[in-house]
Design a protein around this ligand. Structure first.
Ligand SMILES: Cc1cc2nc3c(=O)[nH]c(=O)nc-3n(C[C@H](O)[C@H](O)[C@H](O)COP(=O)(O)OP(=O)(O)OC[C@H]3O[C@@H](n4cnc5c(N)ncnc54)[C@H](O)[C@@H]3O)c2cc1C
Length: 418
């Protein structure tokens, strides 16, 4: 439990304890700022940041748009940086990608994509992609029925424990002098002569006002709701795009598997993780309350149906141990459908008296450090005392020994399936 006392006045107040919130806190503290605080309404990482596919990756599928090449390049660089900085929780991970006998992405398109992926990784490449033998497939993904596939490619990304990463970044900030209060909800914000006032409510029901020169809204799927409820007009329109995962017992996977639904071409994954296997994800627009997301029967049916057509023995609903759903929070790009709306990020800015309110739109767990650094640069430059970020240096990071509490098990984290 992170339970530092609430401050009355701080230089920077971060709202939301997902990867972006703790990332911004770490960035500012690595520049020598001490007078900074983060509030999280529940537990750190309890939002989207513990509901990811657990990949620290360039994002092979984002190569569909030339527009996103620079994002992939940046993410591939960050993949290497995070593997170096937190090697115990971000490690190299092999994935297989099949070419289907009928339908799906044609082999030459996949091959071109993988060549480009390796090229964009440059010196940060983990291993060059290759074609794998049927023997390798039977050893590393023994549950697949090879009869549907023409051949398989292997390529490399990294895998993480997303919640562990959030906590490590939080612990690193605290090591550098920042403070965090969990179970503390931001209720409202308004500008004042000096910057911004945020009214917060603690678990016991007490309300407090915190004044801050800079406020960084890292509330992800909740970001615009919070602004609108405070009568502050958001700078960007955004959508929530729901993704779901199923947790089943160990399927004997030694590598991850990228699959594609022949019906609607959607990509989904089968991944080994923490002694279990994950099946995910679908993508659908979500317009409801982010506090009330869960995995529906329809989504379970969709994933099982699509997955099972490639397996020797079908996974049944009774095999599902837990489920989890998360929301991708994306600024709307005109003229693009859901899956082609870019995962790139945007920062909204509103001036208060002297300082400003920044709101994060979009982003990926993999690139959280880049986005946090942009925010740190903007704030310290405006403050008139620019200092560089140091989050790329290991000595600014906590280690596993400095860990604040034991991590919950997989089944403690997610909705157990009845
Ligand atoms: C299904 C899915 C799979 C993904 N897989 C990957 C992947 O494999 N790799 C990758 O790089 N990226 C992945 N992403 C993207 C990544 O998960 C997100 O970009 C990232 O987690 C967003 O973090 P965040 O801090 O912005 O938001 P969040 O993690 O949602 O954090 C927002 C926090 O704000 C808190 N909060 C809300 N309201 C209040 C309030 N009023 N006061 C105080 N606190 C409040 C919430 O409790 C929450 O903890 C995936 C996303 C989804 C949806």
């Amino acid at each position: 439990m992170y339970s530092h006392p609430l401050p009355v006045r701080v230089r920077a107040l971060v709202l939301g304890g997902g990867i972006h919130g703790v990332g911004v806190l770490h960035d500012l503290s690595s520049r020598g700022w001490r007078d900074i605080h983060l509030i999280e309404k529940s537990a750190l990482g309890s939002g989207t940041s513990s509901k990811t596919t657990k990949l620290i990756h360039g994002g092979l599928r984002y190569l569909r748009r030339v527009h996103d090449f620079s994002l992939v390049n940046e993410a591939l660089y960050e993949r290497r940086t995070l593997m170096d900085l937190a090697s115990d929780i971000v490690h190299p991970f092999e994935l297989y990608m099949p070419i289907l006998k009928s339908g799906g992405v044609p082999g030459f398109v996949l091959k071109s994509g993988l060549l480009l992926y390796d090229f964009l990784a440059g010196k940060q490449k983990i291993k060059t992609h290759r074609t794998v033998s049927l023997n390798d497939v039977m050893t590393n993904v023994p549950i697949v029925d090879p009869s549907s596939f023409r051949s398989f490619f292997s390529f490399w990304d990294a895998q993480t424990d997303d919640l562990a990463l959030v906590r490590r970044v939080a612990d690193s900030s605290i090591k550098l002098g920042a403070s965090i209060t969990e179970s503390c909800e931001a209720k409202s914000i308004w500008p004042c002569d000096d910057g911004w006032i945020v009214e917060v409510k603690t678990q016991s029901g007490s309300t407090f006002k915190i004044s801050a020169l800079y406020v960084i809204n890292c509330l992800g799927p909740w970001a615009n709701r919070f602004l609108e409820d405070s009568h502050v007009a958001p700078t960007h329109k955004a959508i929530n795009n729901k993704g779901v995962h199923l947790v089943v017992g160990d399927l004997g996977l030694k590598v991850g598997l990228f699959l594609q639904s022949p019906k609607d071409d959607r990509i989904f994954f089968l991944l080994p993780w923490q002694g279990k296997s994950l099946i995910g994800t679908t993508e659908d627009l979500f317009e409801g309350n982010p506090d009330q997301i869960s995995v529906s029967d329809k989504e379970i049916g969709y994933l099982l149906e699509n997955c099972n057509q490639y397996l020797k023995n079908p996974i049944k609903e009774k095999d599902i141990q837990a489920t989890f759903a998360g929301l991708r929070w994306l600024a709307i790009e005109k003229g693009h459908g859901l899956s082609s709306t870019s995962r790139a990020y945007t920062i909204g800015e509103k001036m208060g008296g002297r300082g400003f309110l920044l709101t994060i739109y979009g982003g990926k767990m993999t690139t959280y450090r880049v986005l946090s650094k942009m925010i740190g640069d903007r704030i310290t430059t405006h403050f008139g005392e620019f200092r560089p970020s140091n989050t790329h240096q290991k000595k600014y990071w906590a280690t596993s020994e400095g860990s604040s509490a034991e991590l919950p098990s997989v089944l403690e984290r997610y909705q157990v399936h009845p």
